[in-house]
Structures are given as C-alpha cells and as structure tokens.
Write a protein that binds this ligand. Structure first.
Ligand code: 3SK
Length: 515
C-alpha cells in the first residue's frame, strides 16, 4: 500500500497532481456537451466548493448527489470533498421512496439532481425534514449547479481533512432491510488506483477511458473518476443508458483505449448487428465486473476485437476490484487472483478457512480501501466489517492453479446487469397486485447465461392465467420499483414449495427455474 500524509484531501490530490504535472490544458473529460481541460475541471470544482460554503453547508455535512454522467458529476462530487463536505452518490434509476429513505437516513441538507430527475425529488422538499434545497445539474437559474457557480470564485483552499476523515458514501443494498450508507474515507480512492488501476490495468496518461458503468456505482466511480485522474488520462462520460448503440457511438467517436463494461452489455454488444469491426476501434484493454463474466462471452469478445476482458470482482464496501484476471493471464470463467495489497480468504460454514482446491467458502477481503461502517446501522456494520476482514456475501472456490471461481451468493440476492436486486423486495411489490396471492422470485439464466429475476406466481381465486395478466404484472413492478428489478419471466403455479414452518424453499424454485 502507499503511505499518505496525515493531512490529506482526496479531491485536492486527484486534481492537484494533474496541475502540478503541467497537464492543465490537457482534456480531462469529454461529455455529451463538451470537452473540459484539467484547468477547467479544477476551476469548476473550486467554484462548487465555494458555492457550498455560500449555502452554509460545512465540513462533514452531507449532500445527496443523484446526477447523470456529465461534467457536473465530478464537479459536484470533488467540489464537495474539497470542501470537506461528504457527497452521497446514489443510483439515478431508483424510485421516490428510495430517495426519501436515503435523504432521511443521511440527513443530507441538499440534493443535487440531474434536471430529468427533478420531478421525482421535488415532492420530498418539505417532506424530508433535513432537506433544505434541490440543486439542479444541467439546468439554469439560481438553483442550478451552473447558477450557483456563476458568481463563485474559482480559487478554493482545500479543507484540511485527514486521510481517515469521512470522504463520501455510497448506498449498498442487501436481501432484507433498507439500503446501507457505506462510509468511505479520504484515503480510499487513491488506494484503488494505486493497487488496481496502475499495476493491473496499466492505466497511463495517454489513455482515453470510457465506462459504461455509471459514476454512481463504485465500479464506475473508479473507472471514470479516480483512475483517469490518478494518471491524467482523459475520460469519456455518457449521460444516457448504456445500450449497445450508445456504447458503439462513443467507441467509434472518441476511440477510447480502455473500455469498462459489464457482462450483459458485452453480450448484447456482440449480438448487435451494428457491432463494430476491430479496425474501427482503438481499445487496448477491457474490464468486466458486476457479475461473473461467462467464459463464452469473453472468448467471443477476444476473438472479435483481439483484446482481453479482465474479469474482476469488487464491492461497494471495498470500493473497487480486489480479485482480478491479469493482462496476458486471463482465465475466462474465473475471476483471477487477488490483487496485491488485498488479502482474500474463503470461510466454510463452520467458520474455518478453506485450504483445499475447489472447495467453496464465503469470500472475505482485507485491504486498505474497506469502508469504515454502515451509517446508523451498528448491527449490519458488525456483521460485515469484522476486524480487518470484510465479508462479501459471495461464495467462491479456488482451483488447483489458484484462480478463484464464483459459486453464487450466501444470501438470496441477485445481481442483474451488475446491480443487486433483492428478491424479497420484488416479491413484496408483486403481492400488492390485486391478482396475486403469493409470489416468489429467484434468479434464472438467460440465453447468455446471465442471471435475471423470474417470478413464480399463485393467483387469487377468480383470476385466470394469461399472457396479458403476466404483462400487466410486469408493468406493475416496473411502475413501483426501479425498472431493472422487474421479473423477465413469470410462471403461474398452484402453490409454492414451502418448509413445514411456511418458509419458501427457493432452492426448489431455482431448480425449477433452471438455475
Ligand atoms: O460488482 C463488482 O464487482 C464491483 C466492482 C468494482 C467496484 C464495485 C463493485 C460492486
């Protein structure tokens, strides 16, 4: 690991190192509306830090950041950190009630939200006690990011935080209970670059990077913010949904050299008729995380583009990737080996360390980027952060050659396109539909061997099974939960398999579902 000075401000470091290296006029970011040099980024960050001061937001207070991938994201996120204010980056795809919970839990004083999300947040002003103001990113006027920055100075002395001070939060979800505010400290960001991005990915100043995973995810935050800033590379930001067409456009137009994706996107890009040829692109390295990359997708990608995908695993709690394949040593179908600087171990059901090959155990990680706690949640903090070890909830085995192989979750959580989905949350939504008596949701593999939710439904008497009813039920879930959570398949059954005490036997449903 690296040694940081006691007084350390992550935003000051990530911006300042580029100015000190004479890269002020080099392009730091390209978004859908423009190109921004490191000098411009530094000025924006300082203006936003000053604007927070003008709003009376002070050190250690929190702001919620629900912002699409545009220049406003690094501006707001780093501006807050530079001011010692703690930004909480949240998923832009969630529902009003999700945001209401997060605002109440965090007691964020302001929410900075992209213009298209304003209507979702507006009713929460006056409803969530701590929320004083909504600031619009990408808008105009007094309550926009641009408006607040217009009269603010572009000079700002970084707040003298220590390397152990709170820096930012991300919300992490579990199979039960509310999402947990995962508190990261100032030293964590740069450690992810020093341990993973530089030595494993080999990121360099002359790289142009493009992450299909958004900045509000821990994976995207490293990919599109920490890593490029750590070496002075250029990052391409894209506000829209990461469809194959949107990704092809950026890959063709900006010729990134590093592409960070997730398995679902790699699969759909390969299946798309407009998939570029090798000569159209400049990618030299690709990464995958979020869910295990099926071997077949990795092989097909490498065959088409002549470039390896480094499959790895990280977590919101560990901030970025701690187990990864290496360039020139990619074993598709495995998640590779531990990233130096992290220790991993597998723990069996009796609490013993698994020594032998091919034996499953829970993956636990120790390393300098671990979050320090879940905010306001002692019970779950104690269950996850155990001394130097952080429990992942993932089951893994290690093969005879030392490569780690994913073996499912310890809980019932599903990873859908790289995002956690709680089957229990989907079930609770399903049973609010008037036709449904009981519901159970499990993971089911699609034709690309990627997991999506499948629902088993028992209808109330008087309702008939039909395609139309299935479509209505899917629409009901999409309307009430973040849309990626809806069950892609629906099977009507007479009853659900249960234990003598009435607990749903998900393993039986998983077998029925085909995985
Ligand atoms: O999903 C992952 O594997 C991941 C990777 C990097 C950072 C965060 C996460 C959750």
């Amino acid at each position: 690991t690296i040694t940081l000075p006691r007084q350390y401000n992550a935003a000051d470091d990530l911006i300042g190192r580029n100015l000190d290296a004479g890269r002020g006029s080099k392009i730091a970011y390209i978004d859908d509306l423009g190109r921004y040099s490191f000098d411009e980024l530094a000025a924006r960050v300082n203006r936003f830090a000053n604007a927070l001061g003008a709003l009376g937001i002070t050190r250690e207070q929190r702001i919620l950041v629900c912002v699409h991938d545009t220049i406003d994201f690094p501006t707001v996120f780093l501006g807050a950190i530079k001011a010692g204010v703690v930004p909480i980056a949240v998923n832009t795809l969630l529902t009003q009630s999700d945001y209401e919970y997060m605002l109440g839990d965090s007691r964020a004083r302001i929410a900075v939200v992209s213009a298209p999300l304003y209507d979702t947040f507006a009713p929460l002003l006056g409803k969530v006690e701590s929320l004083e103001r909504i600031v619009v990113a990408g808008g105009e006027g007094a309550d926009s990011v641009a408006g607040l920055m217009a009269n603010a100075s572009d000079k700002f002395e970084a707040v003298a935080t220590t390397c152990d001070d709170p820096c930012f939060w991300l919300y992490s979800s579990g199979s039960t209970g509310a999402p947990k505010g995962t508190v990261h400290i100032q030293s964590s960001l740069i450690h992810t670059a020093e341990l993973y991005a530089k030595p494993i990915l080999g990121i360099r100043e002359d790289d142009v990077v493009y992450s299909a995973a958004k900045l509000f995810f821990a994976y995207g935050l490293g990919n599109g913010l920490t890593f490029p800033l750590s070496v002075g590379a250029t990052a391409v930001l894209m506000a829209e949904r990461p469809t194959p067409a949107a990704a092809f456009k950026r890959l063709r137009e900006h010729k990134p050299t590093i592409f960070y994706g997730v398995p679902t996107l790699y699969a759909s890009m390969l299946a798309d008729a407009d998939c570029p040829t090798r000569d159209e692109l400049a990618i030299r390295m690709c990464t995958s995380a979020g869910e295990a990359l099926p071997e077949e997708i990795g092989l097909r990608w490498t065959e088409r583009f002549g470039v390896e995908i480094l499959d790895g695993i990280g977590s919101t709690e560990m901030l970025h990737i701690f187990l990864s394949n290496r360039p020139g040593d990619v074993h598709y179908g495995t998640t590779g080996k531990p990233v130096p600087g992290y220790q991993v171990r597998l723990i069996d059901d009796d609490g013993n360390v698994v020594e032998g090959p091919d034996e499953p155990g829970e993956l636990q990680i120790s390393g300098p980027t671990s979050a320090v706690m879940y905010w306001n949640n002692r019970e779950k903090t104690r269950a996850t952060f155990q001394g130097p070890w952080t429990r992942s909830g993932d089951k893994y085995s290690r093969n005879a050659e030392g490569y780690y192989v994913y073996a499912g979750r310890n809980d019932d959580m599903l990873k859908v396109s790289g995002i956690y989905v709680s089957p229990i949350e989907v079930e609770s939504c399903l049973i609010q539909h008037p036709a449904i008596l009981e519901a159970a949701v499990v993971g089911h593999e699609d034709e690309e061997r990627l997991i999506k939710p499948k629902a088993f439904i028992v209808l109330k008497p008087g309702y008939n099974r039909s395609e139309q009813l299935a479509a209505e039920i899917k629409a009901h879930v999409k309307a009430h939960l973040a849309p990626y959570k809806y069950p892609r398949w629906m099977e009507f059954v007479d009853e659900l398999p249960k234990t003598a005490t009435g607990k749903i036997q998900r393993f039986k449903l998983r077998a029925l579902a085909g995985k």
